[in-house]
Ligand binder design. Structure first.
Ligand code: 4AZ
Length: 341
């Protein structure tokens, strides 16, 4: 939403229209995310909002604190505009807000550096590349560590095996749209509130963090469902939905965390990053970047980013290797016709 997501949503609309799902409007005005509810204060202390400036209290994407000075978000949240290649946003254009469910009450910290997953970044810069959602992750290094940071643990290929099993419930949190803005009934209704989405923000984007419970859908079922609808799911993604409900993440939730309870009872483990879907709350699952597929890249990038720069008069040691951000991803995504939201 706002500067980043609206152009992206615009770019997606024709695709969504072609697969119109016409979900019903929410009957209940407390519904949030899509089909969710307000989150208890401090239950998800690692949740952050990505904002455009220190003054912006609406924001455009979600994220999670994974270390005192590091936020995990979606790659597509780091680009602006409709054209391909899209414009990569600068660190000075992102401020994170943390510490409150009320996005107008968060504490702001500026961003020093942005690291977009290299496969994702290469694709956004390549006008022939139709696949930009299969490595949809990015890391933000903050200008200063968050004091008393409450971080979320990340899944890795080993722990994921025990965390994602049949019947696993996944919780997704965010300040994103409550009703599918891609749905033409919804967009017509919102247009009635004023020109060019003037009131849409107030009507459709909640001030308080929302949570929603969905069920993990294994990749074979998810891929089959999307294949039948002309989409593609990679093994660097995971899927979730709750059959028979409209519960889902939506526009503005992108970059935010999808979590499961930790096995030892110590809070949550993040298994996904909100990435894309075919609209919101329809017949197909929501799609999340698979955290475990990127845990190697995440750890390498943080280690590299935390290393002090060499003093100007020091010769660079020959054995340091190339920066992790230039290294291969954990799993190479391949081409698809789908577009991330
Ligand atoms: C979006 O536009 C978006 N239903 C995020 C998640 C989903 C759809 C759209 C999944 O950021």
């Amino acid at each position: 939403m706002m500067r980043v997501a609206l152009p992206l949503a615009g770019a997606l609309t024709p695709l969504v229209m072609a697969f119109a799902l016409t979900p019903a409007l929410a009957e209940d005005d407390t519904e949030m995310i899509v089909g969710g509810k307000p989150a208890p204060e401090a239950k998800y202390p690692y949740q952050v909002r990505l904002c455009s400036s220190l003054e912006d209290d609406k924001g455009f994407c979600g994220g999670s604190l994974i270390a005192p000075q590091w936020v995990l978000t979606a790659g597509h949240c780091m680009y602006s505009g409709r054209e391909s290649p899209k414009r990569a946003i600068e660190p000075s254009e992102v401020v994170i807000g943390y510490g409150s469910n009320d996005r107008e009450e968060t504490t702001k910290v500026e961003v020093a550096e942005i690291f977009v997953q290299p496969k994702y970044a290469a694709c956004e810069g390549d006008t022939d590349c139709a696949d930009n959602a299969k490595a949809d992750v990015a890391l933000l290094k903050l200008t200063a560590p968050v004091a008393d940071a409450k971080t979320v643990t990340l899944a890795d290929p080993d722990t994921e095996k025990t965390l994602l099993v049949p019947g696993t419930e996944i919780v997704v949190t965010g300040w994103g749209a409550m009703w599918d803005p891609y749905d033409k009934d919804v967009s017509k209704l919102l247009a009635a509130f004023g020109p060019a989405g003037a009131l849409e923000e107030k009507v459709n984007f909640p001030r308080k963090l929302a949570e929603v419970e969905v069920d993990w859908v294994n990749n074979a079922s998810c891929a089959a469902a999307f294949n039948a609808a002309g989409g593609r799911i990679a093994d660097t993604e995971i899927c979730a939905m709750r059959q028979g409900t409209r519960k889902d993440s939506c526009q503005g939730d992108s970059g935010g965390p999808a979590v499961v309870p930790a096995k030892d009872g110590s809070g949550f483990v993040q298994v996904g990053v909100v990435s894309w879907g075919r609209g919101c709350g329809g017949a197909l699952p929501g799609v999340y970047s698979r955290v475990a597929a990127f845990s190697g890249w995440i750890h390498d990038t943080m280690a590299q980013g935390d290393r002090p720069p060499p003093a100007p008069d020091d010769a660079a040691p020959a054995d340091q290797g190339s920066p992790a951000v230039d290294g291969p991803p954990d799993s190479a995504p391949d081409a698809t016709e789908d577009t991330p939201n």
